[in-house]
Ligand binder design. Structure first.
Ligand SMILES: CC(C)(COP(=O)(O)OP(=O)(O)OC[C@H]1O[C@@H](n2cnc3c(N)ncnc32)[C@H](O)[C@@H]1OP(=O)(O)O)[C@@H](O)C(=O)NCCC(=O)NCCS
Length: 130
């Protein structure tokens, strides 16, 4: 159900942002910017590499995104994934899609052993286990 997006694919989920105007109004007091998806890729805590940002389309049916979930790998510390923005369009809410997406993201991140093993590679200089 999750499809990892590159920045160049970000337009594909812009309609999700457009449909989630309720959340945008609650959060920012205005609809999402028309470049919201690109901005989401670019928004990073200071010192965090771009490669740490993972944005997924939520697609119960391949090619038909109904949501988006964003993770930040290795933030705020090595063994942690920070869950950022998560949206499911209003017409698709309360169907279990958000829960399934979250479960799939946890499976993607992998068990603690995997994260721990990656963290052990910090000798190579990387501060991010991914
Ligand atoms: C939060 C969200 C992604 C959940 O997606 P979903 O597909 O509806 O999730 P599920 O169907 O798996 O689970 C729904 C349950 O999650 C819980 N839930 C959803 N939104 C919630 C909220 N704002 N506060 C507390 N619980 C919430 C409720 O228990 C809900 O059950 P209900 O539908 O019987 O009330 C979706 O509601 C959404 O996009 N909301 C607007 C954006 C938002 O608030 N994102 C989170 C912060 S970034």
């Amino acid at each position: 159900m999750l499809r990892l997006l590159s920045r160049s694919q970000s337009r594909e989920i812009q309609p999700v942002f457009g449909a989630c105007v309720d959340y945008a109004l609650m959060q920012d007091g205005r609809p999402f910017n028309e470049n919201a998806t690109e901005l989401e890729f670019d928004e990073l805590p200071a010192g965090t590499p771009r490669s740490a940002k993972r944005i997924f389309a939520i697609e119960p049916t391949p090619g038909q995104p109904v949501g988006v979930v964003e993770g930040l790998c290795g933030y705020p510390s090595l063994k942690i994934w920070y869950l950022g923005l998560m949206l499911v369009v209003p017409r698709s809410r309360s169907l279990g899609i958000g829960s399934s997406a979250l479960q799939e993201l946890e499976d993607y991140v992998g068990p603690p052993e995997k994260v721990g093993a990656a963290a052990a590679n910090t000798d190579s200089g990387s501060q991010v286990p991914c």
